[in-house]
Design a protein around this ligand. Structure first.
Ligand SMILES: Cc1cc2nc3c(=O)[nH]c(=O)nc-3n(C[C@H](O)[C@H](O)[C@H](O)COP(=O)(O)OP(=O)(O)OC[C@H]3O[C@@H](n4cnc5c(N)ncnc54)[C@H](O)[C@@H]3O)c2cc1C
Length: 455
């Protein structure tokens, strides 16, 4: 092992692996090290069983405003561009086209879909199509079978449906990075990080490592370490757990639901599973574990350390629980994981809107799958913020990655590598990166970075 690295990445989920790949392929960095707490790549939220496996484009996410939709589309296209460079057999294991739609049930939701299907949206997504009950009956028959007479349904059908095994995608990034010389250590929790004269020292259970630049791609743990170093007191995170009910295969593709605007977590949807073609998964449910990792109660104390427990935090939490849409989600979801009554209510409130004929005896809650979305609380705005966040410090950065963080992994890696290379005067093959992963607004980002440099 080297004792001084150009870059250390903490976390081998999809964010860290994508960054290692991009850094090793396009930048002049020579020594890069990944440090991972567990024994493999993507053990937590990036594992395929723990997320919804959707490549988000922003076309059927009814809680996104147009700028978010544009940004998400660009990020998703980078993943498709990466997959095109893989051998066909490998690419088809990782990503596969699938029918995808957002379903509106009842007058109010249908009106919302009508509004969302605006001229701007149609320009951004020319392949997005509005369909009614008769076409639904042909392409997704179980959304119509057994539905009450007179209940209006319509959908926006996307031509950009893809299901992704994000765990395998992370593994593919990692393998390419390792082949290009990136080193890694597994079973190696980082316990502390300290600034030193030219960079940082990362202290782990397997010793200390120094680097000119350190990136925390540690999912729910990124903010924990940022706070340890005194960065960004104005953010906290709300751990939003997401679990899944499993049913026999009742849908041909992904069926999302219309959801409240301004709220960052998705309404319950039905999805195929890329690792098991015989099932449909319904989720994610919403829970609020006092922990940074699901099924790991030992992470509770660390979660509490990500809160400042000052007036802005308390006001933010108050505003969150006072929001009527969030309160309704909280109330319903508190019951859903319970074995008998929870299951019946889940079917009545959620599943029956998507597949009216599916009964409770056909589904079960899988306690062993699901993850945590580190939803960012912006204490300046005193509310939840919609997307991911990057905290940029002195030769150090922290990536906080709620959904759709897996879709955005290459976008995030490109942003980070341009940032690091600009800041540290390291060579970056921008042309190759843009040719392979798609167009990139370098100048805009560099302007921001130069602004940051002067701070
Ligand atoms: C229920 C659910 C559904 C979702 N659905 C989708 C979806 O359909 N599409 C989509 O794009 N996104 C989705 N997401 C979001 C997506 O899964 C995450 O944004 C993404 O996986 C985050 O990747 P990451 O690498 O940043 O974090 P993680 O996958 O959590 O990886 C962080 C890594 O850091 C390591 N680490 C943490 N602390 C330390 C430490 N101290 N030392 C060393 N290593 C450390 C961890 O072990 C882990 O390997 C969903 C998430 C959930 C929970």
């Amino acid at each position: 092992m080297e004792d001084y690295y150009d870059l250390i990445i903490i976390g081998a989920g999809i964010t860290g692996s994508a960054l290692a790949y991009v850094a090793s392929r396009y930048s002049g960095m020579k020594n890069i090290l990944i440090i991972e707490k567990y024994d493999k790549v993507a053990p937590l939220n990036s594992d395929s069983t723990n997320n919804s496996q959707t490549l988000h484009f922003g076309d059927i996410e009814t809680n996104y405003a147009l700028p978010e939709a544009k940004h998400t589309k660009a990020a998703a296209e980078r993943v498709l561009n990466y997959a095109k460079m893989l051998p066909d057999a490998k690419a088809s294991e990782i990503i596969s086209p699938v029918q995808k739609m957002v379903l509106g049930v009842g007058e109010e939701e249908n009106e919302r879909l009508e509004k969302i299907y605006s001229k701007d949206m149609r320009e951004l997504f020319p392949g997005l199509k509005k369909i009614g009950a008769s076409e639904l009956g042909k392409i997704e028959p179980n959304t119509i079978k057994g539905r009450a007479k007179g209940e209006t349904v319509s959908a926006l059908l996307s031509d950009k449906g893809y299901i992704v095994n994000f765990g395998l995608l992370a593994r593919s990034f990692y393998e390419n990075a390792a082949n290009a010389g990136v080193k890694s250590i597994f079973n190696c929790p980082c316990i502390d990080v300290k600034p030193i004269e030219d960079g940082h020292e990362v202290i782990t259970k397997q010793g200390s490592f120094k680097a000119r630049f350190v990136i925390f791609a540690s999912g729910t743990y990124s903010l924990f370490f940022a706070k340890k170093l005194g960065y960004d007191k104005n953010l906290s995170i709300l751990s939003v757990g997401g679990g899944f009910y499993i049913a026999p295969r009742v849908l041909n593709g992904k069926v999302y639901r219309v959801q409240a605007g301004g709220i960052p977590f998705a309404a319950i949807h039905g999805d195929p599973d890329i690792t098991n073609p015989g099932i449909t998964r319904f989720g994610p449910t919403v829970s609020f574990p006092v922990a940074l990792e699901v099924r790991k109660s030992g992470t509770t104390l660390d979660y509490l350390k990500t809160f400042d427990f000052d007036i802005p935090t308390i006001q933010s939490l108050f505003n969150i629980v006072s929001n009527k849409d969030i309160r309704s989600i909280m109330r319903k979801n508190a019951i859903y994981p319970l074995s008998f009554i929870g299951k019946s209510l889940f079917v009545k409130n959620e599943v029956s809107k998507i597949v009216p004929s599916l009964t409770a005896d056909k589904i079960h809650f899988d306690k062993n799958v699901g993850g945590i979305r580190p939803q960012i609380i912006d204490e300046d705005k005193r509310f939840l913020s919609m997307g991911a966040s990057k905290i940029r410090g002195n030769n150090i950065m922290f990536n906080i990655t709620p959904s759709p963080g897996a879709t955005s992994s290459l976008q995030s890696a490109m942003d980070d590598i341009v940032y690091i290379c600009t800041l540290m005067d390291i060579k970056l093959d921008e042309d190759k990166m843009e040719k392979e992963l798609g167009k990139f607004d370098y100048e805009h980002l560099k302007e921001k970075i130069n602004g940051h440099k002067q701070i």
